[in-house]
Design a protein around this ligand. Structure first.
Ligand SMILES: Cc1ncc(COP(=O)(O)O)c(C=O)c1O
Length: 363
């Protein structure tokens, strides 16, 4: 049986009628950008996440960019970021002309932890972006938030931890724990003034039609995605429980050669990632057995060509370098059946046994 890395249909099939009704409602309303559907979704999201304000935006990337723009970040400012994440975490820093300061990850949690983030703060630091990678929450971020404006890049970690920073950014990219049927994102915050500023930033810096206080951008969430997300949001707890159950089974049954990210009770398992020193051979063997996998990420942020040329002299990040050669994500999504998961586990066990035997052969 072939098992893809991700399949949205098993999650959407039971909701199909409601999703289609939401599409029809928007179609008939004629309101396609912002408006009541976005407002209703923002209200539901802020309640779910325990925050006073939610601002719907066009993507997780734009959520981060809007936050940095709303903080008036620019040249001369330093922003502390983990060395290991999706590019958007550092892309937004470069977009506003600020300088990223990279922090290495912990080799077992795979996160740049609170103490490491704090240790990288300098007098030039204007913000810290923390990333609970693959959905594993970071402890102690309150201590970071006390010192410096903290933006939590929670694109992969919806529901993993309460807000500790000034704001948290979410992505509704279709594979995310709360995925739209297209692009979308949101920023949540307890700060009314910051929320108001974000609402202007997402609409070309305009609070009043055709009057602009700042450049801003077109970072608006559309009504269709908001209506679809409103259908999916109430199912998030069940979808998270399904991810956790899959992760628990993997942790129990995978061969010892595959080291998972250390568990955490609030982990939301956006991805289930293992480390293997023979990652590429393992991936090839799983691919041959019809099992979808992905490498998140083959090149850490501080190694991206565009970044390397601009980052100046910085401390090395050897743990991020090592993880980029060892990390492998296995299928882990709501609707992945126990039988399909067993296929993944059996294929991984066979591949590990073959690789071990191979390593014992004389060269
Ligand atoms: C950690 C992280 N930050 C930011 C983003 C950007 O989100 P989007 O794809 O919605 O722009 C992603 C999405 O892949 C991500 O994983």
């Amino acid at each position: 049986m072939a098992v893809p890395l991700f399949d949205a249909w098993p999650m959407h099939e039971p909701l199909a009628e409601e999703l289609l009704a939401a599409v029809e409602r928007v179609l008939r309303s004629g309101r396609f950008i912002l408006g009541p559907e976005v407002e209703a979704f923002e209200a539901a999201l802020s309640k779910t996440l325990g925050c006073a304000h939610a601002v719907g935006v066009s993507s997780g990337s734009d959520a981060l960019l809007a936050c940095l723009m709303a903080l008036d970040m620019g040249p001369g400012a330093e922003v502390v970021v983990p060395a290991y994440s999706f590019f958007a975490t550092v892309g937004c820093v470069l977009r506003v002309g600020a300088t990223p300061r990279f922090v290495d990850i912990d080799p077992t949690t795979l996160n740049a932890e609170a103490d490491a983030l704090l240790a990288a703060v300098t007098p030039q630091t204007r913000a810290v972006i923390a990333v609970p990678l693959f959905g594993r929450p970071i402890e102690g971020l309150e201590r970071v938030a006390e010192r410096v404006p903290l933006i939590e890049d929670n694109a992969q970690a919806m529901g993993a931890a309460p807000l500790r920073g000034l704001a948290a950014c979410y992505s509704f990219f279709p594979t995310k724990n709360l995925g739209a049927l297209g692009d979308g994102g949101a920023v949540v915050t307890q700060d009314a003034a910051f929320a108001e500023r974000l609402r202007r930033t997402r609409a070309h810096g305009s609070g009043r039609k055709y009057h602009h206080d700042e450049p801003g951008g077109n970072f608006r969430l559309d009504a269709l995605q908001a209506a679809l997300l409103s259908v999916k949001l109430p199912h998030l707890p069940a979808h998270t429980a399904a991810r956790r159950q899959l992760a628990e089974r993997y942790i129990k049954a995978l061969p010892p050669g595959l080291t998972p990210q250390t568990p955490h009770a609030s982990h939301v398992y956006h991805q289930f990632v293992v480390r293997s020193p023979r990652r590429d051979a393992l991936r090839a063997a799983l691919g041959a057995a019809g099992i979808g996998t992905e490498v998140y990420y083959p090149l850490p942020l501080h190694r991206q060509g565009f970044v390397e040329a601009r980052k100046g002299r910085q401390a090395p990040c050897p743990e991020a370098d090592a993880l980029s050669t060892e990390a492998l994500a296995l299928p882990c999504y709501p609707g992945l059946t126990e039988a399909a998961q067993r296929e993944v586990i059996e294929a991984a066990s066979r591949a590990c046994a073959a690789l071990e035997k191979d390593a014992r052969l004389p060269v």
